[in-house]
Write a protein that binds this ligand. Structure first.
Ligand code: NDP
Length: 796
């Protein structure tokens, strides 16, 4: 376009960014990139390379190495070798390296931005002004955490060698979210970028060399999904951090089941963008541009489901269509475009097919008339209206510039529609009424809530999801926890604590009539004692082999009833921490009154000394006190994010939890697991110790007399592993805690993959439940809750 024409039409002319420096970088490697292992460039064992394409033009940019298992072995070995020295140099030296990385990336920020736009197709405005500044911020922020590790996090230690697998939508940003916290906490890493977008990770490898990062601390391996799987399956990798599709996330969850590898998964989403009738509609329209047309909609937390109050729906759709008409599509390096290229032909086809499906299923499609360049992979901004909540395009991630709109009438309907998804990554809430926004935000099952804003990120705030959007957080103090483990974990034993038995001890009566020796105990479901569906019971013998009594043998229908009862109890989770504390104190008081009776029961089952049994009861009472004390003190943070925001990091209940109690310590094992879970507002289905169930079944009476709402604690007795399987496979159970043998742990993690339940298992290691450091504390509350970050912008 000529300058004269531009003056006449007042249209934008092309404003291409110069790519010379990025091309020079490619040429410096002869456009053929090796693997970065142990601080050196090494040719792949396969001798094979694949092409990296510029999606704006379909031109080849470079050849990238295809790493195989042998290369992964080399990289993991290098990371393992580098680990002791990286730990030894200490927090301050690590902080200096992270600081140097931040400075060096900042110095080359334009090169990174141009290279990212060339490789991924995202507009240079976004890489220059959003992606790379966030990358730099992550390294600076985590340089600070590296410095503070030994003081602020002294009860935790590094995990070791970390495997990290990242997607193509934010290549360098995802790299920084993974590498910065991992190395700041003293770990070493092997990272695989996505096959479509490896170049900025390889440039980052050069930055590591430039700042003199010790060899082997960061290793970059390129390749396809198989290379990722080799990292996942490597026995010397202690943790996997993955961002990508839910489908691959599930594969990884199953592959790592029972191995003890720590796992964080940041997966897909179908995030609601909720607009109430009092919202500022012009701001909403700009918000929608950021929500679904930023990065061509290839964003895991994209506000891809527009939920709009019916009274303003038509007005808003009209404004959106008008704005869509002004969006300019073009080469990613053009500074005057809004929408760049789709990452590759495969993703373009996925978008085209999903849109066709939307049309076939009867929704109304509107696409802007903006012309898409013919020489690359482009797709126009699209809006679907008349969409049914069950339509495929309303349920499945499209991962493209396609907005799907639905309307609602009442606030409750908005919440129901928002939560009508298997995902739970983010939500965006638009209203001028802050009371309404703060009422809605906690009700949406999502890890992030943006109020009157969207797609804002910062290193100081955690990001991550619920349900099939995965688990774990990146950013904020909560993100650091993904790369640490409590030091106390090293003290767990391979064997349960031995108990001392004393056959002649009679200081606590074993024939206390209130123990109901000849009684078959029922189960406890929805606040009532319930007979088992199957009508069977199981004989329980004492440690001496003598008959004590029988317990109901629960089956899958009993579990189903218990899950239903847990879900129908909204009361407990809505109570304040103070109110829950009062119930817990009451529970402890009632247990105190029946101290001797509970001790007798323990003696009867275990044949241990009465002094030890009394100690177990006393410790149980004390433990309930601890959690009652913490109930209104385990709170969140207000994060210092760089934007003009108050960012509230609030611990939220997980929902319905399945708890398989330890087999040892019949009362204390039950108390130590159930009480922290309910302290955080969860409703639980508990499977007590299979061999020693009576302390749990006796506890019904304590629950009944302590004002615990019906459905908060449901107890199903029977075969632990059979019942555990049913819980792990149940789609309405949100989390599983399993204390038992290693096979059971593996099974729990494997079966939980279907709906991406959170799991906490003991990998066959045993805590000493009598020890306060091992048996109680905030780590239990952490596993019983998840952090939601609520962003509230301010400024007039
Ligand atoms: P994937 O989940 O397949 O890829 C993410 C990363 O995992 C890539 O590095 C990939 O390697 C690697 N990978 C693939 N298979 C395995 C495996 N079995 N074990 C270990 N690593 C593996 O996402 P896609 O790139 O294929 O995109 C597919 C869909 O996923 C998109 O349409 C979108 O819906 C969603 N997605 C979600 C993202 C998010 O941020 N939540 C990001 C990207 C995609 P490679 O790419 O080299 O094969």
């Amino acid at each position: 376009m000529k300058i004269k024409e531009i003056y006449e039409t007042m249209e934008y002319g092309p404003a291409p960014e110069n790519a010379d420096v990025a091309i020079d970088f490619l040429e410096s490697h002869n456009r053929k990139f090796k693997l970065f292992i142990n601080g050196k460039w090494i040719a792949p064992s396969t001798g094979e390379y694949f092409e990296s394409i510029n999606p704006s033009t379909k031109e080849k940019l470079a050849n990238i190495s295809e790493a195989n298992e042998a290369d992964v072995n080399k990289a993991v070995a290098a990371a393992g070798k580098a680990l002791p020295e990286w730990i030894k140099i200490g927090a301050h030296q690590r902080a200096r390296y992270l600081y140097a990385l931040a400075r060096q990336i900042q110095k080359h920020s334009r090169l990174f931005a141009v290279l990212e736009s060339l490789d991924n197709g995202k507009p240079i405005r976004e890489t220059r002004d959003i992606d790379i500044p966030i990358v730099v911020r992550h390294f600076y922020h985590h340089a600070g955490w590296a410095q503070l590790r030994d003081t602020e996090l002294k009860d935790y230690k590094e995990l070791g060698v970390i495997g990290q697998i990242i997607p193509w939508n934010f290549p360098l940003m995802m790299l920084s979210w993974k590498i910065a916290p991992a190395i700041a906490m003293g770990n070493t890493i092997v990272l695989k970028p996505a096959e479509a977008t490896s170049l900025t990770a390889l440039l980052f490898a050069e930055i590591c060399q430039q700042i003199g990062l010790p060899n082997g601390v960061v290793n970059i391996i390129t390749g396809h999904g198989k290379t990722g799987a080799d990292i996942v399956n490597h026995k010397d990798v202690n943790k996997i951090a993955f961002t990508g599709s839910t489908e691959v996330g599930k594969i990884i969850r199953r592959a790592t089941a029972g191995t003890g590898k720590k796992l964080s998964l940041e997966l897909g989403g179908k995030s609601p963008f909720i607009v109430f009738e009092d919202a500022d509609l012009d701001s909403v329209v700009e918000g929608i541009v950021d929500a679904i047309w930023f990065n061509q909609g290839q964003v895991c937390c994209a506000g891809s489901r527009l939920l709009v109050q019916e009274s303003i729906a038509d007005k808003l759709y009209k404004k959106i269509r008008a704005r869509m008409g002004t969006l300019r599509i073009g080469n990613a390096l053009d500074k005057s475009i809004d929408i760049g290229a789709i990452v590759d032909n495969g993703q373009l086809k996925v978008i085209e097919e999903m849109v066709q499906l939307g049309v076939d299923e009867g929704s109304t499609l509107w696409q802007s008339s903006s012309t898409c360049p013919k020489d690359g992979y482009f797709y126009p901004p699209s809006l679907f209206t008349d969409v049914s909540p069950s339509a495929t395009i309303a349920q499945e991630e499209i991962f493209g510039p396609v907005l799907v709109a639905m309307s609602f009438r009442t606030h409750n309907e908005a919440v129901k529609l928002a939560n009508n998804t298997r995902y739970g990554l983010a939500c965006s809430i638009w209203t001028e009424n802050i009371n309404l926004a703060l009422d809605i935000a906690p009700q949406i099952k999502a890890g992030v809530a943006w109020i009157n804003c969207t797609n804002v990120f910062d290193a100081a705030a955690g990001f991550g999801g619920y349900r099939e959007s995965g688990f774990g957080r990146e950013g904020g103090k909560e993100g650091l926890m993904e790369y640490l483990k409590p030091r106390i974990d090293d003290n767990f034993s391979d064997q349960p604590l031995a108990i001392s038995t004393n056959n002649s001890d009679s200081s606590v009566s074993q024939s206390n009539p209130s123990l109901g020796i000849d009684r078959t105990t029922k189960m406890y479901i929805g606040g009532k004692q319930a007979r088992p569906d199957g009508g069977y019971s199981t004989v329980i013998n004492s440690a001496k082999g003598e008959y004590i009594g029988e317990v109901s043998k629960g089956n899958r229908k009993d579990i189903r009833n218990a899950v239903e009862a847990a879900h129908s109890n909204g009361k407990w989770s809505n109570m304040t921490g103070h109110a829950r504390a009062q119930v817990l104190y009451y529970m402890a008081e009632n247990l105190m009154i029946r101290r001797e009776e509970f001790a007798s029961r323990i003696v009867q089952m275990t044949n241990q000394t009465s002094a030890d049994a009394l100690q177990e009861v006393d410790m149980s009472i004390e433990r309930i006190y601890t959690y009652a004390a913490l109930a209104d003190k385990y709170d969140g943070h207000v994060h210092h994010t760089i934007h003009r925001n108050v960012t509230l990091a609030m611990p939220e209940t997980l929902g319905v939890m399945g708890i398989m109690c330890p087999d040892e310590f019949p009362l204390l094992g039950f108390i130590s697991t159930v009480i922290p879970a309910i302290t955080m507002g969860n409703n639980v289905i508990v499977i007590p110790s299979e061999k020693l169930p009576f302390s749990a079944t006796d506890f019904y009476q304590i629950l009944e007399t302590s004002d615990v709402p019906a459905g908060t604690v449901n107890i199903v007795t029977g075969r632990k592993d059979e019942l555990a399987q049913v819980l792990a496979m149940h789609d309405d159970v949100d989390a599983i805690w399993y204390f038992g043998n290693i096979e059971g742990c593996k099974e729990m993690e494997f079966l939980s993959a279907d709906n991406m339940k959170r799991t906490w298992v003991n990998y066959g290691k045993y805590r000493n439940w009598l020890d306060k450091e091992q048996g109680e504390g905030k780590v239990f509350l952490k596993h019983a809750s998840q952090i939601k970050n609520i962003w509230i912008p301010y400024g007039a």
